[in-house]
Design a protein. Structure first.
Lengths: 500, 1062
């Protein structure tokens, strides 16, 4: 039995998709555009825009010269592939093997499928109508070869089915472009006046090969079925989950623990094999009454240590109510990362952040007393003290700038500076004494001022003059005056931190 | 105690300093400074303007710079006297010439070699080591400096407000005592007022290529790097009063002023022991006898004597000799040149051969060209053929040496679009936002003042109350006008007698073999240096090529000077606006003016050149002049005193000199003010200055009894002259080239077309129009052919020479390979060298070494006709050419089954001609759709001539030019072409919006409208515009399928989109 292939062409894939999401766009010309060397280039135009003479590759500024009110949306580089993948998955219902044909087509290996729909014609029209109902402007065709199906899909206004044995004839009156040739070959063919496939399909192979190379011959052979073309079907993306159906209903904590251990073991074995570890996981218990009991954990560093993970889950097991009985357990790893596969050294252990024991300890603490209790801070490139540190996003975030050590900074920085009353002499001198929380401090030694100006692009306001001051008890403080010293009004003074 | 700031970084330390030198001077005066130094990074570029500003305001500038060395701590250096200055300048030159343009490589050894007469300040590191000390490395170098410079060395101390200032100053004073180097107070100034800190941060971002958000520690923590008052500086250094005192020590020691620099003309241009004046006199009389014969008229003798006396009085002999020397060199190399400018159209210059404009055609007093009041050097620009100007430049370098001759710099200023781009980028805006901001700003003309045109911004979707956006605009406004880089002037040379580097640092230009100085034209002017402009002009190349062809084919020895003058036949042609390709008067606006002005004499051409310019147009002076010329309006003068100035132009001011004179005579400007006024318009528009002058001019004229309306018109005209000023002296020189090119076109259209094509790109027209125009003038044009063509277009003796008298061009024009898109000259030289008796088949060409790609291009251009192949057959052969028998089979011919290809129609050929050459001599594309056009009642361009004013008409053609000049308030001018000629269309703004799409997109445009006839000038006033480009697809009958995956070239796209002009 010959193979049968369906090719589908989404003529306005991206714009149709956008109209589906924003129906108000259906009646106006609009385009998607990408950045190219600082210019915006049209990467997709809807039908109305095309009628206005706007086509792919046009610079948006030029398109606006043609149609000033043109709506422009940003294109995303992998949008077409994403859409095609989704559409391919949808097509699984029509046949098992679906491949994408970038940038706007699908190829279905429909061998032995169409009879279920009542023959080729009905099969293809069903597919076309389904997509049309979704709002996609599609064309499709079916033939023994991908090449021929593609040719009629894209270049034949009427035919959608080529019966076996009719491929040669079906191609005759089509443009050479229907053979999926490269630009250079096509131009040469047109210049030579060979504007239809019939003009050269009968020429001796040697004559064609001398002038157009193997490329033309290969495409002809693929269309006529003399050469097999390979497609790469879309497969399901790998998902990390484990199912454990139970023949008998589980009702005890012990049973749940056994189930948890089993699924954890399975998933960790798989993760280890792939040098991966999980960051987040959910353990779901499907009860016979249709309700789902679920507990979640998160870890600081990707882990595939089932014992460790088990301990984390164990802390929460009490919250699972098994009544009236659990029939299915599922463990899902919703976030999986590469595990830094570090060579273990026999004589040296990893200390600090890279110590697995350390991060496991942190996991246990945070899972017990709640997230956000233990923080990690990193330096940030700001002179303004409040902004000179920031929260790290993870335990392993690389430090991007070094801690500044050339200026004295207090060991404890108040998140908000607190007002103090001072007695201070003329400009640029530190105070002689200050009162903080009712206590009077006499300053013995001081250094400064260090003048820090506002970051004007973030906020406006006066600068601060910081002093490090030591009182008679030997305690040291970081205090500042807000703004310039002025004779007419008392400047405001604040305390901002404590040195060790 | 007095303090002088000696550490000042201006914005001539590009992307570092954030204030103009002039701003520092202003601020220094406000703070009561007596002197201030400008110390830019390895540069003197900003000191002249600071000096000029300081002179006016009565404060002294100390000339200095900051030297960032590759192997030592930075030094500030100040000239104590003229020798010291020369040393410094020579030192900077050494560093500049070692490095690429814009940077400098200086080593401490260089400084040691040039340290006489200079005071130095060493700049210590800005931070202390963790143990609160100055680095040992600095201590070491300071000791070394001390050993070399002795007591001329000081140690800079600045308060940085970084918390440990007291420790820092203490350590410095400790070191100062230890090494016996005097400590001196500076404030390391980067901007004149603290508010500029924001702009300085932005400059840092631009320099570091980051945004303000991620710039981090690359910015300064505070805003202390501004000029501070005397009292504040004394307070800051209250513990070190001697540091303040030392600033006065340097200030007193450095008494050198830039005014002491004396420019000396080169003096080696005399022979036989004559003085320069004697030499000039000798050469002038010699030239006069050569030109006028041995019997000079009394008038000529008197003029020459008068001019020579004036030159002697002003001591300009050397200047004229220098220009003469350059011109003489060009002549000797057969390079055509033509002088222009204020002094160029004198009889002496005519005698010296600097200009070919016969001064007897003028009646101008020499002094009118040189203002003795301003005591400025005379101004002569010399245009050379653009292809050969480099020879002249290299001659100058060679003759005077690179240490004596250099090109003047141009300070490229930050203009609006660039400024907003840089600032917006530094402020972290997205590329899209930056683009639309720069578009708005670009379309606004002047940068918006306080209440910037909110509408424009809002229309583009900006929130004008957004603080961030306002900040961007505010900083942009400050940033506009900042110097960005030093470029090289288009050709202004400074040549000195002694070493040029004694006067000013020399640097490398970006172009190879060019050296520049750091100062621009204004700086040079301020110091009274002489400058000679060595410029390039495409038309001179074209004329030289034409002269060569005339010699080769007609035996004529033509020069600019010996072309027969005042030929009525030539003027007849000009009056008919038959001037495609002619210098200056070929544009559509000029062509429309010609039949109205009807030039009959040389001076008419001078006026023609000057009248179609923004100046007279903006001043609304064109129509009054035309009316007066045609006797429709009496010639009147606003006053008796203006009659003298305006009589030559019928009472209407047309030339720049006239307008300047009006400002002087009628509005009471001094000559210097008038010149300042013009300059303030020409260069960057200094805010406030323009409106100040406007008031002065208008008030002055009102006071002297002129009408307000007239005063405003004169002012408008000055405004228009600003960027495109056209003085009479320039117009006269250009008029000569207009006449010469017209003469060649008139008598030798074959020569003219050929040389014009060989000088492309230049002028307004595509080769297609030049060829079409040549054929209109009965020149036989022959197609490109592998066996007959050369790279350049050439003339072939035509079998049919026409016998008009005087003999007109009778050669045929053979198109050259240069017309074929994408061909390389080397390949064609190879082809020509292997051609011998001609090629007989395609494999011969391939074996000669031409690649398949090249052969394909030749086939596309249909260049194989002489071996009996049309383009399609040739392409069929070429396509198979790579597959030749090799090794033992080489030389064998492959026998192939005969394949028949479809024959091409003539219209298909024309389309392919356009694709390969952008022109076709087979037929005009529109001729193929003529029948269709007739069915639509569309007339041809030629038929327009038979219609009457006001007739409704439809006309169609290929779009050649679309133009929306700024002076025309949104009116769009379109020129279209069909097989019979061209038609000029006018589209008014409201219609433009309505038919925008058709106008912008059409290749073949049809316009429906009314005919407007004004004498011989015909326009079609559009009432509707329609895109007929689709008709062009009929030219090739092959049906193509539109498919987005294939970028098939549409037939219509093959035809040019037309040129768009602003």
């Amino acid at each position: 039995m010959p193979k049968r292939f369906v090719t589908i062409w989404f003529r306005h894939l991206k714009t149709d998709w956008l109209i589906r999401r924003q129906p108000e766009l259906s009646r106006v010309p609009f385009v998607l555009a990408t950045q190219d060397h600082g210019r915006k280039i049209v990467s997709a135009a809807n039908t109305i825009a095309e009628q206005e003479g706007i086509y792919n590759g046009l610079v948006v500024a030029d398109a606006r010269a043609i149609f000033p009110d043109l709506i422009v949306h940003d294109d995303k580089p992998d949008l077409d592939e994403k859409l095609l993948n989704a559409l391919a998955n949808y097509c699984i219902r029509y046949c098992p093997i679906v491949a994408i044909d970038p940038p706007n087509g699908l190829i279905l290996d429909a061998t032995g499928c169409s009879h279920l729909w009542g023959g080729d014609l009905l099969y293809v029209t069903t597919i076309i109508n389904r997509f049309k109902r979704f709002g996609y402007d599609v064309k499709a065709g079916i033939a023994d070869t991908i090449g021929a199906a593609w040719a009629i899909t894209h270049f034949d206004e009427r035919e959608i089915v080529i019966n076996s044995e009719q491929h040669y004839f079906a191609l005759l009156f089509l443009s050479p472009a229907a053979l999926r040739l490269d630009q250079e070959t096509l131009e040469l063919l047109y210049k030579l006046g060979l504007g239809q496939i019939q003009h050269f399909i009968g020429m001796p192979r040697s004559v064609l090969k001398r002038r157009f190379g193997n490329h033309l011959i290969q495409r002809l052979d693929q269309a006529l079925g003399y050469e097999v073309e390979i497609i790469h079907p879309v497969i399901e993306p790998p998902l990390y989950h484990e199912r454990l159906p139970c023949l008998e209903l589980i009702l005890t904590r012990q049973g749940i623990e056994i189930a948890l251990e089993r699924v954890l073991e399975c998933i960790c074995t798989r993760l280890k094999k792939e040098q991966k570890g999980l960051r987040q996981a959910s353990f779901k218990c499907y009860r016979i009454d249709g309700k789902i009991q679920q507990i979640d954990i998160g870890v600081n560093a990707a882990s595939n240590n089932s014992n460790h993970l088990f301990k984390l889950f164990e802390l929460k097991l009490d919250s699972i109510a098994p009544e009236p009985g659990i029939e299915l357990f599922i463990l899902e790893a919703s976030k999986v990362e590469e595990v830094q596969g570090m060579q273990e050294k026999l004589w040296m252990r990893n200390f600090g952040l890279h110590d697995v024991k350390f991060s496991e300890l942190l996991d246990r603490i945070t899972n017990k007393i709640g997230a956000n209790t233990i923080q990690r801070y990193l330096p940030d490139e700001h002179y303004w003290p409040e902004r000179s540190i920031r929260l790290a996003s993870s335990l392993h975030e690389e430090i991007k700038t070094t801690w500044k050590i050339d200026k004295p900074r207090p060991i404890q920085l108040l998140s908000k500076p607190e007002r103090i009353e001072v007695t201070a002499p003329i400009p640029d001198y530190p105070p002689m004494l200050f009162r903080y929380k009712g206590k009077l401090h006499k300053i013995k030694k001081a250094d400064g001022p260090e003048r820090i100006e506002r970051e004007w692009w973030i906020e406006e306001g006066v600068h601060r003059d910081y002093y490090s001051a030591e009182d008679e008890e030997g305690n040291r403080y970081w205090i500042f005056r807000s703004g310039h010293y002025a004779n007419d009004k008392n400047p405001e003074w604040f305390i901002h931190g404590f040195f060790a | 105690m007095d303090y002088s700031e000696l550490y000042v970084t201006s914005n001539f330390s590009f992307l570092e300093g954030a204030s103009h030198p002039e701003e520092y001077i202003e601020q220094a005066i406000a703070y009561g400074y007596k002197e201030i130094a400008i110390t830019d990074r390895n540069s003197f570029a900003g000191i002249v303007r600071a000096h000029a500003a300081a002179c006016v305001k009565g404060i002294r500038l100390i000339a200095g710079c900051r030297m960032d060395l590759l192997d030592g701590a930075s030094l500030l250096a100040y000239a104590t006297n003229k020798d010291g200055y020369s040393q410094l300048s020579a030192l900077l030159t050494v560093g500049n010439l070692r490095a690429e343009k814009g940077s400098s490589n200086l080593y401490k050894e260089d400084v040691y070699a040039h340290s006489k007469g200079i005071k130095f300040i060493a700049v210590p590191p800005a931070v202390l080591t963790p143990s609160f000390e100055i680095t040992a490395a600095f201590k070491k170098i300071l000791k070394e400096y001390k050993d070399v410079f002795g007591d001329d060395l000081y140690l800079s101390a600045s308060r940085r407000y970084s918390g440990d200032d007291n420790k820092y100053l203490y350590r410095l004073s400790e070191m100062s005592e230890q090494l016996q180097v005097k400590m001196i107070a500076t404030n390391n100034v980067h901007y004149h007022i603290p508010e500029r800190r924001q702009l300085q941060d932005i400059l840092t971002c631009i320099r570091e290529k980051c945004t303000i958000v991620n710039a981090g520690f690359r910015l300064n923590p505070n805003a202390e790097r501004h000029l501070k008052t005397n009292e504040e500086m004394c307070r800051l250094f209250r513990h070190y009063p001697e540091a303040i005192k030392h600033t006065q020590e340097i200030a007193e020691a450095c008494q050198f002023s830039l005014d002491e620099l004396k420019y000396v003309y080169p003096d080696e241009l005399t022979n036989n022991g004559r003085t320069p004046q004697e030499e000039l006199s000798f050469l002038s009389w010699q030239g006069a006898r050569q030109i006028f014969g041995d019997h000079l008229s009394q008038k000529t003798i008197a003029t020459i004597k008068h001019e020579l006396a004036f030159i002697e009085q002003m001591n300009y002999a050397n200047y004229f000799l220098t220009v003469h020397d350059i011109v003489r060199f060009a002549r000797s190399k057969n390079i055509i040149c033509q002088g222009r400018g204020s002094a160029a159209n004198s009889t002496v210059c005519y005698c010296l051969g600097i200009t070919s404009v016969d001064p007897t055609k003028f009646d101008l007093l020499f002094e009118r060209f040189i203002s003795s009041a301003r005591n400025e050097p005379p101004d002569i620009d010399v245009d050379f053929e653009h292809e050969r100007r480099e020879e002249v430049i290299q001659y100058i370098y060679q003759k005077y040496g690179r240490d004596r001759a250099a090109i003047v710099a141009t300070v490229t200023q930050q203009h609006q679009k660039g400024a907003i781009r840089d600032v917006a980028k530094a402020m972290g805006l997205s590329i899209d936002t930056i683009n639309s901001l720069s578009n708005i700003v670009g379309s606004l003309g002047e940068f918006p003042e306080e209440s910037f045109e909110e509408n424009r911004f809002q229309k583009e979707g900006f929130n004008t109350s957004d603080k961030h956006l306002r900040k961007v605009l505010e900083l942009t406004k400050q940033y506009i006008g900042f110097p960005r880089q030093l470029g090289q002037h288009t050709g202004g040379f400074v040549i000195t007698n002694g070493k040029l580097s004694d006067l000013c640092p020399i640097m490398n230009a970006r172009m190879e073999n060019r050296t520049c100085i750091e100062w621009n034209k204004d700086d040079i002017d301020a110091l009274g240096f002489m400058k000679i402009d060595v410029l390039a002009l495409g038309m001179l190349t074209c004329i030289r090529k034409a002269f060569d062809l005339c010699k080769e084919h007609y035996g004529l020895e033509l020069t600019l000077a010996n072309i027969p003058q005042d030929d009525p036949v030539v003027y007849e042609m000009i009056c008919k606006a038959d001037t495609i390709g002619v210098f200056q008067i070929e544009s559509r606006a000029q062509q429309a003016m010609l039949p109205r002005l009807r030039p009959r004499t040389f001076y008419d051409l001078v006026i023609e050149v000057a009248i179609v310019r923004p100046g007279p147009i903006q001043g609304d002076m064109v129509h009054p002049y035309l009316r007066r010329r045609n006797g429709e309006e009496p010639v009147e003068y606003p006053s008796k005193e203006l009659e003298e100035i305006l009589s030559r132009t019928l009472g209407v001011p047309l030339f720049q000199e006239q307008v300047m004179k009006i400002a002087i005579v009628a509005a009471g400007f001094t000559p210097t003010e008038a010149d300042e006024l013009r300059r303030s318009m020409a260069t960057f528009k200094v805010q406030g200055l323009v409106s100040k002058f406007e008031r002065k001019l208008v008030d002055g004229m009102l006071k002297n009894g002129y009408t307000k309306e007239y005063a405003y018109r004169v002012f408008k005209q000055i405004e228009g002259f600003g960027s495109y000023g056209f003085p009479e002296s320039h117009a006269a020189s250009f008029a000569l080239l207009v006449y010469v090119s017209s003469w060649i076109k008139c008598y030798y259209p074959d020569v003219f077309a050929c040389s014009l094509l060989n000088s492309q790109p230049m002028g307004f027209y595509h080769p297609a129009q030049i060829v079409m125009d040549a054929r209109k003038h009965e020149v036989v044009v022959r197609a490109i052919d592998i066996n007959y063509s050369n790279w350049d277009n050439l003339l072939e003796t035509s079998p049919c020479a026409f016998g008009t008298s005087p003999p007109r061009g009778g050669c045929a024009l053979r198109l050259g390979f240069r017309q074929i898109k994408g061909l390389r000259e080397e390949d064609m030289n190879l082809l020509m060298s292997k051609r011998k008796d001609g090629f007989k088949n395609i494999p011969e060409l391939f074996n000669a070494g031409l690649s398949k790609v090249t052969l394909k291009k030749l086939a596309d251009a249909d260049a194989f006709r002489s071996i009996g192949l049309d383009r399609r057959k040739a392409l069929w052969e070429v396509a198979a050419i790579g597959d030749q028998p090799i090794a033992i089979f080489s030389g064998q011919t492959i026998v192939e089954e005969k394949v028949s290809l479809p024959e091409m129609t003539i219209s298909q050929h024309v389309v392919q001609d356009y694709a390969a050459l952008s022109l076709s001599i087979k037929a005009h594309p529109v001729s193929f759709v003529r029948e269709k056009l007739q069915q639509l009642h569309i007339v041809s361009c030629n038929e327009l001539n038979a219609l009457n004013n006001g007739d409704p008409v439809k006309v169609a053609g290929l779009v050649l030019v679309r133009q929306r000049p700024g002076t025309a308030k949104g009116v769009c001018f379109i020129t279209i072409e069909d097989e019979t000629g061209v038609a000029n269309l006018v589209v008014f703004p409201n219609l433009f919006e309505q038919y925008r799409k058709a106008i912008v997109q059409s290749r073949l445009l049809m316009v429906e409208g009314k005919l407007q006839r004004e004498g011989e000038v015909i326009h079609v006033i559009a009432e509707g515009c329609y895109d007929l480009s689709r008709l062009l697809r009929l030219l090739t009958s092959t049906k193509k399928v539109k498919h987005p995956l294939f970028d098939e070239t549409d037939e219509e796209k093959i035809f040019s989109e037309g040129r768009n002009f602003k």
